[in-house]
Design a protein around this ligand. Structure first.
Ligand SMILES: [Zn+2]
Length: 336
């Protein structure tokens, strides 16, 4: 091991976190909204199709214990009051959120959260809850990474070789650019066309992948917030206003019918295409009746933040990594 590597070893994240913690006393206060997706005992089981969105149960538990011990977990409703100026912002405030609506959110993550008294917000893709099928990026990723076909031809007749994993991931990025601009029926047809061309059955698993309506009701009863992550997971900023409005409004209405409670919170899907929200999508969200909307923009929520364009922080896949990211954020540096 060379000198450089040895030198770096003692600049370990936790040691530096202490310095940052001191700096955070001087920084402008803000709240960190953490963005999670899936928590599994054995992430490798679904890793190829889910990509990097799975946390192992062990790491997630460690991260939640870290939050309970060293930070100030807040509920989304508290954050609304803070943004409206009706409540002061506690130091080192953290809100835990989940996107998409995977069944493990209820089965694995919620018991950890409940044991530690951490309130969370779960934003679900409503069509996926109804059908039980995961959102389209999982299906498309599965098709492109598992197919035996050597080439995929996209909708613009461009041919994508699939010999190596890197080539398959390039093809996946191109497919995301195509499918992310579509919603509803036309998106469904595009996904089925990809699966058919690649001889790939829709991604399925022996266990249920998405939460049921009963599980969402259960989360509500446990004190968590259930919000919308759209109907079909398109990039709202790339849709026409009519389609974007329908994704916002119909997903809200369906959730409200099933949960018998108003739904006020939204998460903008599909940040693969940039931008994934604009001033226009924020005003459509407001018109649809949402009070807050989270984005995949990196940053801390400040007291005067636009509630319909809230930034989030990536939790990383290690406990120390999360602590480092939070300390950087609270000290005024964002690292994702
Ligand atoms: Zn999503």
């Amino acid at each position: 091991m060379g000198f450089a590597a040895r030198g770096k070893r003692w600049l370990r994240p936790l040691a530096r976190a202490g310095v940052l913690r001191a700096a955070s006393v001087l920084a402008t206060p803000g709240a960190a909204i953490l963005m999670y997706h899936s928590v599994m005992d054995r992430p490798e089981q679904h890793g190829a199709s889910f990509g990097g969105i799975i946390h192992s149960t062990t790491v997630f538990r460690g991260q939640m214990e870290l939050l309970a011990r060293h930070y100030h977990p807040v509920a989304l409703d508290d954050l609304v009051e803070i943004l409206e100026g009706r409540r002061s912002l506690p130091r080192r405030a953290v809100l835990v959120t989940f996107d998409d609506g995977y069944a493990d959110n209820y089965e694995i993550a919620a018991p950890v959260l409940n044991r530690l008294g951490i309130p969370a917000a779960f934003y679900v893709v409503v069509n996926s809850i109804t059908s039980g099928q995961p959102p389209w990026p999982i299906r498309v990723r599965h098709a492109l990474l598992s197919t035996g076909k050597p080439i995929w031809t996209d909708a613009a007749d461009r041919r994508w070789p699939l010999a190596t994993e890197a080539e398959r991931l390039d093809a996946f990025a191109a497919a995301c650019a195509q499918c992310g601009r579509l919603a509803g029926q036309s998106q469904q047809e595009a996904v089925v066309a990809i699966e058919t061309q690649l001889d790939s059955a829709p991604y399925a698993s022996r266990e249920r992948l998405m939460m049921s309506w009963e599980q969402l009701q259960g989360l509500r009863k446990q004190g968590h917030v259930v919000g919308s992550h759209s109907l079909s997971h398109p990039n709202l900023a790339q849709l026409g206003a009519g389609e974007a409005e329908q994704e916002l409004l119909t997903s809200k209405q369906k959730l409200e019918q099933q949960l018998s409670q108003p739904v006020w919170h939204f998460s903008y899907p599909n940040p693969v295409l940039d931008p994934h929200w604009t001033r226009e999508t924020a005003s459509l969200s407001q018109r649809a009746g949402y009070r807050t909307a989270v984005t995949s923009r990196r940053g801390l929520v400040r007291q005067k933040e636009n509630p319909l364009g809230l930034p989030r922080i990536l939790p990383t896949k290690q406990v120390d990594g999360l602590r480092w990211n939070l300390e950087c954020a609270f000290a005024g540096y964002i690292r994702s």
